[in-house]
Design a protein around this ligand. Structure first.
Ligand SMILES: Cc1cc2nc3c(=O)[nH]c(=O)nc-3n(C[C@H](O)[C@H](O)[C@H](O)COP(=O)(O)OP(=O)(O)OC[C@H]3O[C@@H](n4cnc5c(N)ncnc54)[C@H](O)[C@@H]3O)c2cc1C
Length: 473
């Protein structure tokens, strides 16, 4: 007879393990099924390995930069085996930490690939081929997403890579072509360029980083160019061919030329991992492969929930974790809902980009008359103390009410600065509130206060633009 649970969570990534832990905290009998390793893409292939590699690149770069500050090192040398061993140990520690947390919260774990047998039972196939069926009153689908491949460009892990290969870092290609200037493409561009590779990025669209505020993404591209990372917009990698250890590509658009590379990284987006789960068979509605959910993360079958990447954009770990909590609390009968006004989005390039809320274009398109406040890092004392002058904070506010609609940052530590912006938007703060709030000196966070003050023509450390009437902007 099948064992019965209050809830079964399929997938042990940030969405799934968070849901399982909260369900355990709420006293539910819960089983978490993971086919590979706990932690999902975030710990094993995404957030954590990329940030570790970015950190190493940053240290190498800083060691070189320090010469200008009178500190001499020998030329840094990369020992790939040592770097990979350090990264693997860090990931193993984090994965083991999740296993400990699951145990501590009385969550049972099962390793195997799950599919719905019917609306309340899940069939699990272990790696050894054994099959087990388990039942639950509620099911949480947290199966995540996987990289999209380009037709005709078959991944081989050496010359044709996707993001899973790129974090393994088994070799450093001398010349790397990256297809796609989204978050993942630009983070890998930063990693590989910092580790000494020649990086070329091509992007089909006329902008990088998708819907990110255009002024911000354009500024980032200018800064990356100074670092030797060139992003060719409106450019298609056509006729990409692989012969032995060589990749050749015709770059059509801005360039129109044939170039040779040592590897190509396909970073053109991700798609939900929902096929083969038996979801549609039991009546769960999908749209373009994503599970359609309501504010409590319930699917069209009320006791089946979906969270994280498989339940729609933005594909971010913190969104998956938040949804895991909402689904768990909804299962426990609590009155919760997921309806954020601002989901922070960080890009770990150098400098980092972090955004929350509406871009200037989105604010205008949704009918707002906007006021913009800008503060450039060139005027920030703290930035100068670490040799940085490129970057800015841009605040988009509603001209009539002064409500903060969006905050967009290009700066070191942007990843942390953006939390203030999320809170401001969620609490309905005005630009004046941000400007009146005392910020510690000297810090990068002062640039948020200064940008808010600049919006009203009152910033202290820049010459303010005359405050034009809102209608003229
Ligand atoms: C290179 C890269 C860098 C990233 N960096 C960031 C970042 O800095 N910040 C950020 O917020 N996000 C980042 N992301 C995105 C982030 O990793 C994902 O949004 C997050 O992992 C989604 O969590 P999830 O729980 O929905 O799914 P996943 O992490 O994909 O986990 C799903 C889990 O379900 C398991 N699974 C799937 N099908 C089954 C099945 N049938 N049976 C059992 N188990 C199954 C999978 O093995 C997987 O472990 C990055 C992604 C990539 C690729």
């Amino acid at each position: 007879m099948a064992i019965s649970y209050d809830a079964i969570v399929i997938g042990g990534g940030p969405g799934g393990y968070t849901a399982a832990i909260r369900l355990g905290q709420l006293g539910k009998r819960v089983l978490c099924i993971e086919q590979e390793r706990l932690g999902g893409v975030c710990l094993n292939w995404g957030c954590m390995p990329t940030k570790a590699l970015l950190h190493v690149g940053e240290v190498i770069h800083a060691a070189r930069d320090l010469r200008a500050m009178g500190v001499e090192f020998g030329e840094p040398a990369i020992n790939l085996a040592g770097l990979n061993a350090w990264k693997s140990k860090m990931i193993d520690d984090l994965v083991n930490g999740i296993a400990t947390l699951l145990r501590a919260n009385h969550v049972e774990s099962l390793t195997g690939s799950a599919e719905l047998a019917d609306a309340h039972s899940v069939r699990v196939r272990t790696k050894e081929g054994a099959i087990q069926t388990v039942e639950a009153a509620n099911i949480v689908v947290a199966t995540g997403s996987e990289p999209i491949a380009l037709p005709g460009l078959t991944r081989n892990g050496t010359t044709v890579l996707n993001s899973d290969d790129a974090v393994r870092l088994e070799a450093l290609p001398k010349r790397l072509l990256i297809i796609g200037a989204g978050v993942i493409g630009l983070e890998f561009a930063t990693i590989y360029a910092r580790l000494g590779c020649q990086v070329t990025v091509v992007e089909l669209l006329d902008r990088a980083l998708g819907e990110t505020d255009l002024e911000i993404s354009t500024l980032l591209l200018r800064i990356l160019k100074k670092q030797g990372i060139t992003v060719h917009l409106k450019t298609k990698a056509a006729a990409v061919t692989v012969a032995g250890e060589r990749v050749s590509a015709v770059l059509e658009g801005e360039l129109n030329e044939k170039r040779e590379f040592d590897a190509v990284l396909v970073a053109v987006g991700r798609r939900p991992r929902t096929s083969g789960l038996g979801l549609e068979k039991v009546g769960v509605k999908l749209e373009r492969g994503f599970v359609v959910v309501d504010e409590q993360r319930r699917s069209s079958v009320p006791h089946i929930y979906a969270i994280g990447d498989c339940a729609g954009a933005p594909l971010l770990a913190h969104k998956a974790m938040k949804e895991g909590i909402v689904a768990a609390e909804a299962i426990a009968g609590q009155a919760v809902a997921y309806d954020p006004m601002a989901v922070p989005n960080c890009v770990y390039t150098d400098p980092q980009v972090a955004t929350a809320g509406l871009s200037e274009e989105q604010a205008k398109a949704s009918g707002h008359e906007v006021r913009i406040g800008r503060f450039r890092l060139a005027a920030l004392g703290r930035a100068r103390t670490v040799g940085v002058s490129d970057g800015m904070v841009k605040i988009v506010a509603d001209a009539a009410t002064d409500l903060v609609l969006g905050v967009h940052i290009v700066s070191p530590t942007a990843e942390s600065m953006i939390a203030e912006a999320v809170l401001a938007i969620e609490l309905g703060a005005t630009a004046q509130d941000l400007g009146l709030t005392m910020h510690p000196h000297p810090t990068f966070s002062e640039s948020v206060m200064e940008a808010a003050e600049a919006l009203h023509g009152r910033a202290i450390h820049i010459v303010n633009q005359p405050a034009a009437p809102a209608a003229a902007r």
